[in-house]
Design a protein around this ligand. Structure first.
Ligand SMILES: Nc1ncnc2c1ncn2[C@@H]1O[C@H](COP(=O)(O)OP(=O)(O)OP(=O)(O)O)[C@@H](O)[C@H]1O
Ligand SMILES: [Mg+2]
Length: 272
């Protein structure tokens, strides 16, 4: 279904990484640490403290984590354990309190506001639980909007992204005229249209029924394999860890453990 492969280079400050077009492997093999893959995300002692008047919330406490290019990482943990906080920090939507965070050569702990905007624009695609589409724009226009600040043929690129998620035939529908699964496909098209090296997903199947959720996961798995995008997916559904390369468990803002998936499943095989 994903009809395109990565071409060209990814624009990044301090890192211009060629991404060769990759074919999906015939069998799914776990991405082993240290098997020659490039490191794409490094967190060193990352902490986040929210201050509200006199009250301090330690949302993240000294998290160390390295993610390799092309990995599919699932983040699990109880409510309030810091999952969304971690995604927002990675997405440049919030700033860390202490520690160091380097993503694809960008030292996000040191960026100016302007550089952070550039970082978000070029490095990150975001997929949310509630789709976050603009109701007055069609599917095609929602995707085009994400390309606004990019040079080139917007309409063509937006159509290409909708095609990649199997929604070319719904391009002129408004969000209210689409099913939940279709809306999430538009949101995924919006996230991948700029070809960012990293996709951050916060409960992308949280609002979808079982079968639709599995189809969305299959699409994410395909994007990961065919386009080579690194995916970080937050979920409450522990079954999803079976399609990941590794699962990161957060507990009260700390990294409790990281577990490698020995035998990965296809999304279609998942049961919960
Ligand atoms: N903007 C904020 N201001 C103050 N405290 C916050 C803020 N955002 C999150 N927190 C607190 O930080 C902690 C971690 O929140 P976070 O949203 O990261 O949890 P989560 O793991 O995503 O939970 P859930 O599974 O319920 O979505 C919580 O105690 C939360 O109340
Ligand atoms: Mg959350």
């Amino acid at each position: 279904m994903v009809g395109w492969t990565r071409k060209g280079t990814v624009k990044g400050r301090g890192a211009r990484t060629p991404f060769a077009a990759r074919e999906a492997p015939s069998t799914v093999t776990p991405a082993a640490e240290g098997d020659g893959r490039k490191e794409i995300i490094r967190l060193e002692g990352v902490s986040k403290v929210y201050r509200m008047g006199d009250v301090e919330v330690q949302a993240l406490k000294g998290v160390d984590l390295t993610v390799y290019q092309g990995e599919f990482i699932v983040i699990l943990g109880p409510s309030g354990s810091g999952k969304t906080t971690l995604l927002n920090l990675l997405g440049g939507m919030d700033t860390i309190t202490s520690g160091r965070m380097v993503v694809n050569g960008w030292d996000i702990s040191r960026l100016t506001v302007q550089e952070l905007t550039e970082y978000r624009r070029t490095q990150i695609g975001f997929v949310f639980q509630f789709f976050n589409l603009i109701p007055t724009l069609t599917a095609l226009e929602n995707v085009e909007l994400a390309l606004e600040l990019v040079d080139g043929d917007h309409r063509g690129k937006a159509r290409e992204a909708l095609e990649a998620v199997g929604l070319a035939h719904r391009a002129d529908h408004f969000p209210s005229q689409l099913s939940g699964g279709e809306q999430q496909r538009v949101a995924i098209a919006r996230a991948i249209c700029k070809d960012p090296p990293i996709l951050l997903c916060d409960e992308p199947t949280g609002e979808l029924d079982y079968e639709t959720g599995k189809k969305i996961l299959a699409l994410m798995q395909e994007i990961n394999e065919k386009m080579g995008q690194t995916i970080i997916m937050v979920t409450h559904n522990s079954a999803i860890s079976e399609i990941s390369h590794r699962t990161v468990y957060l507990h009260s803002g700390s990294l409790a453990k990281v577990v490698k998936t020995e035998v990965r499943k296809r999304a279609e095989e998942l049961e919960w």
